[in-house]
Design a protein around this ligand. Structure first.
Ligand code: ZN
Length: 239
């Protein structure tokens, strides 16, 4: 049982009845509802003090899930710095959908993280391109989503350590939709689906991927490596 924190911007849910209808408990509510079956889950949202991410909560979080869209700029830099340091310490981070433009993801990637997009109710097929990867456990050859927003290449990210899913969209584009990275002692997974007006996080296959990703991103219990000037382990020149 891990400590999972679900962070959600929670703005669309306050203003858009279409989103409220799909996610009456918010996207954070939908994510925490299925993760609660296996983990101790806390939620945190942008408009809370320190965006809900107190030192106490961050320090006890094994895996942090991040969903944001319209208010990335409102996330304060000092909280982003704290989250980044926790990732380097070993906390897992799962960045969902429009979180590609969050400060934390852009900081950890070091690239623009831009992409093509279109809202046209089109079909998405996420192909498993790394069948040995634990994030694909119990997933078939592909996951099909009847309606989603399109994200298309080029996606301005560093080459992923592992590419787990590749999406095809009805309109013709493709997208690297499941990407893993290692940063310091921490593991990062970017997972594309989850536009706020579609019931994507109610989809059992998508839930399975997120559950698998939480397992995969679990911290390895070890201290950060030691850096800087180092004394020799043997007496140099004596043998
Ligand atoms: Zn979207």
């Amino acid at each position: 049982m891990m400590n999972v924190t679900v962070w959600n911007e929670n703005r669309h849910e306050k203003t858009n009845p279409e989103v409220q209808a799909v996610y009456p408990e918010g996207i954070h509510g939908a994510l925490s509802n299925f993760l609660k079956e296996n983990h101790s889950v806390q939620t945190a949202t942008l408009d809370q003090e320190d965006h809900g991410l107190s030192d106490e909560l961050l320090n006890s979080t094994d895996v942090l899930i991040w969903w944001g869209h319209v208010a990335h700029e409102e996330v304060s830099d000092h909280i982003v710095e704290k989250v980044k340091n926790r990732v380097l310490d070993g906390m897992g981070l799962i960045v969902l959908h429009s979180g590609h433009f969050s400060k934390i993801f852009k900081t950890l990637m070091g690239t623009g993280c831009d992409l093509k997009w279109r809202e046209a109710d089109e079909k998405e097929r996420l192909w498993v391109v790394d069948p040995s990867h634990p994030i694909t456990k119990d997933i078939g050859e592909y996951i099909e989503l009847e309606k989603e927003e399109m994200y298309g290449e080029h996606f301005d990210i560093p080459a992923p350590d592992e590419l787990v899913f590749l999406s095809w969209f009805e309109g013709g584009e493709v997208f690297r939709s499941g990407c893993t990275y290692k940063r310091g002692n921490g593991k990062v997974f970017y997972f594309r689906p989850g536009h706020e007006t579609y019931p994507t996080y109610h989809n059992k296959e998508i839930q399975k991927v997120i559950r698998n990703a939480v397992q995969w991103a679990a911290p390895v219990n070890r201290a950060r490596p030691v850096y800087g000037n180092a004394k020799p382990l043997e007496a140099i020149g004596s043998n």
